[in-house]
Design a binder for this molecule. Structure first.
Ligand code: GLN
Length: 311
């Protein structure tokens, strides 16, 4: 019988030995004190939650917010409408690349272009209305209210040029119904929402449970919405190292520039980690290591051969 807390604690200590990697340049000042923060949390679909390390310290979701916003867009607008604005193909390029299909659609919702597009699809006439809806859904996913960190937001705004360029690219293709600057504000605010690693694990477990929060029992998304979201997490969630990720770890996942990572094992659990030391793709080095080791230990790879179910 696995004792998950011992496994989690042991794997975290193994990952702690990795001493290289730096936080994102533009967040360096902000994360100076967090450089060696390290946390892991797992929430099972029966609601059991285990956290080790700094699992109750808040961190910015950053790009880990992207699959959740995509899921809200799917739930509110329907699959067909969302697909007509955002593709589902891995881009093979950096997360903030100025790239789109010939018809103007960003390649997928987990690179910045697609995430900005998903933000623009959230219903609401104003930025405030759209944010209220998003925060309501994030709260349902986590089972607790989450807030925007104004400090993180200021850092995002200082170096927002690339994201503004992406929004203008979408606007010039006729894809945006709102002012591009307002859409980027919404996107940067969503990136600046803070959650603890433990809360993030619950958000993941809600996806693992087909859209039902296992702690509160609340249904947040339809199963079909979750299936679509996990599909893009599997193929595109780790940016241009997504192929290696699937081969090595084999579960839908998403990383963020704060060093957050979220993985989902459908039907079983949400697993979240946090360490701000990043590799050249922008993924958390220690986080990837924790996932790699736990995937082996807990046999999580979703494509591994398993004996057929007995009849
Ligand atoms: N806010 C960051 C950006 O848009 C998020 C990117 C990330 O987490 N990789 O650049």
């Amino acid at each position: 019988m696995i004792e998950p807390r011992d496994d989690l604690a042991q794997v975290l200590e193994e990952a702690r030995e990795i001493g290289w990697g730096d936080p994102a340049d533009y967040l360096r000042d902000l994360q100076r004190h967090d450089l060696d923060a390290l946390a892991a949390a797992v929430c099972r679909t029966d609601g059991e939650l285990i956290g080790v390390g700094d699992h109750d310290r808040p961190l910015a979701l950053q790009s880990v917010s992207k699959p959740f916003t995509y899921a809200v867009a799917l739930q509110e607008c329907g699959l067909d409408r969302v697909l007509s604005y955002i593709g589902v193909e891995p881009s093979g390029e950096a997360f903030n690349e100025l790239s789109q299909h010939e018809d103007g659609r960003p390649f997928n919702p987990l690179i910045n272009a697609g995430a900005i597009m998903a933000q623009a699809l959230i219903p609401g006439d104003t930025l405030e209305e759209r944010e209220a809806l998003l925060l309501d859904r994030y709260a349902a996913l986590a089972g607790e209210r989450l807030e925007v960190s104004e400090e993180v937001l200021r850092a995002e705004q200082v170096r927002g040029d690339r994201n503004f360029a992406l929004a203008h690219m979408l606007a010039s293709s006729g894809m945006l119904a709102h002012d591009p600057h307002e859409v980027v504000q919404g996107y940067l605010r969503q990136c600046s929402v803070e959650a603890t690693t433990a809360q993030l694990a619950v958000m993941g477990a809600t996806l693992a449970g087909g859209g039902r929060n296992p702690v509160t029992g609340q249904r947040v998304f339809d199963e079909r919405v979750v299936q679509q979201t996990l599909s893009v997490m599997l193929t595109c969630g780790m940016y241009d190292s997504s192929g290696r990720w699937v081969a090595q770890v084999g579960i839908p996942a998403k990383s963020g520039v704060s060093g957050a990572m979220l993985g989902v094992v459908p039907g079983a659990l949400g697993l979240a980690t946090w360490s701000p030391r990043l590799d050249s793709y922008g993924n958390s080095i220690r986080g990837v290591e924790v996932f790699r080791r736990l995937s082996d230990r807990w046999d999580l790879h979703v494509l591994r051969h398993r004996e057929p179910l007995s009849r």
